[in-house]
Ligand binder design. Structure first.
Ligand code: ADP
Ligand code: MG
Length: 463
């Protein structure tokens, strides 16, 4: 097969990342805009951050941005959309020339981008692609799907509806579908818990709490995504609790998503947990092979009908992709997009061995490293139990592995220091800082430590 040109990028990607390959997109720009325009403009655009329905792209100057936006934006959007169906918007960020050439975005830069997102996103952006029609039913999501539909037929029969499940399994998609289906006849508010906090803080700063309260309390359908984000944020929980109660009192429908069961929420007040659990709790589980195959087929159908393009993937290949993708549906779609992009760029029908190679590359490149995984690998490596590692005991054979695991969690995931602390049996973030400092120092001075860290990292990236 032709040597593929997917570059290795030196970035550890958190669970939330998607899998758009900017190199493939650049290739397609080159083809469709022609060399001259490509060399002077498009080549200089970099991918900063990918979200479900929009991208942030980096450009060198304001002038450059205006030029691109006025002349090429529509075509760029259309091109990128053919790699990423859910895309409906592109934002540009001006970045300094010297940063532009960096091959990867450092993790702390990603955090800065979150602030930008905050300043440009509006409330209530429902994504029209994430509808019930586009949601494929399977054993793992059947119950969640059918109750989501029931809520739409009969508001406040199940109140609140609480949808939980791991990352990338379709929670946001379902919530969004509910919003779409109810928005014509209701005042629908759809917001992530993170965004709710942003407005809360902004209103406090502007001394404008009255408006904040009014704004959220006037909705008749209140949908809040990723409620686990309220964890540990006391005053925010307080405000949420009041909003929740007043909405319930006036009979508004509330729909909530979270990565776990309400009673298992960490650092959320008990009274809130029990209110959350007081309606109907439905869970989305990991997809089985059959559902994964169905989703791939549905996506292919969508692309074919939207872009009038024939996508030729054999049953065998579809099954292969479905069985290789182990983590979640977001990853599955990412991989499928990769495979399709590859066949598009190289203009060929793929064989199974082509697919094997593409996937090998994808898996080498995108290693999902989570705090859980780090804890497991580190405790195994040092032959101690997970409980011992997380315990309060301070003897060195336990304390060092614990510190190493915290250090790696900081380096290899995008979790914040307080979040990491919490995952280590509710330790304070200063303990994490201390661990990071200690291990950084030791790994510079001590060959044994350097070797251990190196081996653990490669274990994490291999598995
Ligand atoms: P979560 O919010 O649980 O992390 P998302 O709702 O963002 O997950 O889903 C991740 C991706 O997978 C989205 O692109 C979504 O459209 C897609 N997806 C998830 N479940 C399904 C499904 N049953 N049918 C079609 N697409 C799905
Ligand atoms: Mg989500």
């Amino acid at each position: 097969m032709e040597k593929n040109n997917i570059k290795k990028q030196n970035v550890y990607i958190s669970e939330e990342e998607n899998l758009l390959n900017w190199n493939d997109i650049q290739e397609s720009f080159k083809k469709s805009f022609g060399k001259e325009v490509y060399d002077s403009w498009l080549q200089k655009i970099s991918l900063i951050k990918e979200y479900n329905d929009y991208l942030i792209l980096g450009v060198p100057t304001r002038f450059f941005r205006d030029w691109i936006v006025s002349r090429y934006l529509d075509k760029i959007l259309e091109q990128v959309k053919s790699f990423k169906l859910s895309l409906n918007r592109i934002e540009f960020k001006i970045i300094e020339e010297n940063k532009q050439n960096q091959e990867f975005i450092k993790i702390n830069e990603l955090n800065k981008v979150t602030e930008i997102r905050d300043s440009i996103l509006n409330y209530n952006r429902l994504n029209s692609n994430l509808s019930f029609e586009n949601f494929v039913k399977g054993k793992s999501n059947d119950i969640a799907l059918s109750y989501s539909k029931k809520v739409c037929e009969h508001i406040s029969r199940y109140n609140p509806l609480y949808v939980c499940g791991g990352v990338g399994l379709g929670k946001t998609h379902l919530l969004n579908a509910i919003g779409l289906s109810l928005q014509h006849d209701n005042n629908v508010m759809f917001i992530s818990a993170e965004r709710f906090m942003y407005h809360f803080i902004k209103s406090i700063k502007k001394n404008d709490m009255v408006n904040f309260k009014d704004f959220f309390r006037k909705s008749s359908v209140f949908i809040i995504d990723d409620i686990q984000f309220l964890s540990g944020k006391e005053s925010l929980q307080e405000e949420f609790f009041h909003t929740f109660n007043s909405l319930m009192d006036k009979g508004s429908q509330i729909i909530i998503s979270s990565d776990r069961d309400p009673m298992k929420l960490d650092r959320i007040q008990d009274r809130i947990k029990s209110r959350l659990a007081g309606g109907l709790v439905v869970e989305i589980e990991a997809p089985d092979l059959e559902l994964k195959i169905e989703i791939i087929k549905k996506k292919i159908e969508d692309i074919q009908s939207q872009f009038k393009e024939n996508i030729n993937l054999s049953e065998e290949i579809i099954k292969f992709i479905a069985s290789e993708s182990k983590t979640n549906i977001r990853e599955l779609i990412g991989i499928l997009n990769r495979v399709i992009a590859f066949s598009r760029v190289h203009n060929k029908i793929l064989s199974l061995s082509d697919c094997r190679n593409i996937l090998k590359d994808v898996f080498n490149q995108i290693k999902i490293v989570t705090v859980d995984k780090i804890q497991n690998v580190v405790s195994n490596y040092f032959n101690i139990s997970l409980n011992e590692m997380l315990s309060q005991r301070r003897s060195r054979p336990l304390a060092r592995p614990r510190q190493i695991a915290m250090f790696l969690a900081k380096k290899m995931t995008t979790r914040s220091l307080p979040e990491i602390g919490r995952r280590f049996a509710n330790r304070d973030h200063t303990t994490v800082i201390h661990a990071v400092k200690t291990i950084t120092r030791l790994s510079e001075q001590d060959d044994e430590m350097k070797k251990n860290i190196g081996q653990i990292k490669s274990l994490l990236l291999e598995q």
